[in-house]
Design a binder for this molecule. Structure first.
Ligand code: GDP
Length: 303
């Protein structure tokens, strides 16, 4: 008797689980229908749709002395005029007595994916004869954004979508001197490295030969290690073997040698972003892959 019941139950279960065919009266409604069948595989799809609709927020800070090509590089990365200088036509470039922070936001859309990009510029950094403590307003700004976000999160009536002004990534521009890190670079990266992911770049790398560039990179790496400076990607991001292999590849090429430009030139019938020199055209080294890489920078929370 028992086995008969079991067999009946098993048949029922099998019938339930059988995928619906076209002649069958009982057909399953797939996950796109709100009140229909929702399977685990639909969760990913739902999350993707929601995220695409809401878009991403990415806040990038650029730090370095005036004239190192910060605005040009940011414009090269995003292939449009997104930096401070090119946005405000009547902006007067002047040496400020103290470090000022300017932020500019844009909504970029590509293939249906929206991204709110905020570029935070730090004019005046390192431009004085005495640059003592010129990193302080920057550290203060970064910390304030964390605190602001945390306050919103702790609020009982918190917003469904908290505006995110936290700095996701700080691109630090090193002058292409070919020597070593300067005391200012060491001090800045030591302090900021504790609160934000730093990506050091060698500015105007076209002014160095290939050998000089390689030697400079090696010296910078030695100085970073000697001063205990942690840059992106930090070891804690090596969550699995795949991540570690990818991060190791990034570590090998750091600090990135970058060439920025916002002028297009014709090369073999194709338009390329490049710098025209007496000896030929140097193609801008920044590409979308660099942007994607920066976008991978995760927030560094204070512990
Ligand atoms: P910022 O003050 O750091 O924002 O610097 P800008 O982006 O205004 O650039 C200052 C000058 O450097 C401009 O004349 C740029 O054309 C030039 N420049 C920018 N990027 C590069 C580069 O990669 N190589 C060279 N050789 N010059 C550059």
């Amino acid at each position: 008797m028992e086995t008969g019941k079991d067999a009946e139950l098993e048949a029922e279960v099998k019938a339930e689980l059988r995928p619906s065919d076209s002649d069958s009266q009982t057909s399953f409604i797939r996950g796109s229908d709100l009140f229909g069948y929702v399977g685990i595989e639909d969760v990913l799809d739902q999350m993707r749709r929601k995220t695409m609709k809401a878009g991403f927020e990415f806040n990038i800070m650029v730090v370095g002395q005036s004239g190192l090509g910060k605005s040009t590089l940011v414009n090269t990365l995003f292939k449009s005029k997104v930096s401070r200088k090119s946005c405000s036509s009547n902006y007067e470039e002047k040496i400020t007595k103290t470090v000022k922070l300017h932020s500019i936001s844009h909504v970029i859309e590509e293939k249906g994916v929206k991204m709110k990009l905020t570029v935070i510029d730090t004019p005046g950094f390192g431009d004085q004869i005495n640059n003592e403590n010129c990193w302080e307003p920057i550290v203060k700004y970064v910390n304030e954004q964390y605190e602001r976000y945390l306050r919103e999160e702790l609020n009982i009536n918190r917003k469904r979508r908290i505006p995110d002004s936290r700095v996701h990534c700080c691109i630090y521009f090193l002058p292409a001197t070919g020597h070593r890190l300067r005391p200012l670079d060491v001090e800045f990266m030591k302090r900021l490295g504790k609160v934000v992911s730093i990506v050091p770049v060698i500015a105007k790398a076209d002014t160095l030969t290939v050998d000089e560039r390689q030697e400079f990179k090696e010296r910078i790496k030695q100085d970073l290690a000697a001063n205990g400076i942690h840059i992106y990607p930090q070891r804690e991001y090596d969550e699995d073997t795949e991540e570690r292999v990818l991060n190791d590849r990034i570590r090998e090429s750091l600090p990135f040698a970058v060439v920025g430009t916002d002028k297009e030139h014709q090369v073999n019938g194709n338009k390329v972003l490049g710098r025209k020199t007496k000896w030929g055209i140097i193609e801008g080294e920044c590409s979308l892959s660099h942007l994607v890489l920066l976008f991978g920078c995760q927030l560094k929370w204070r512990r």
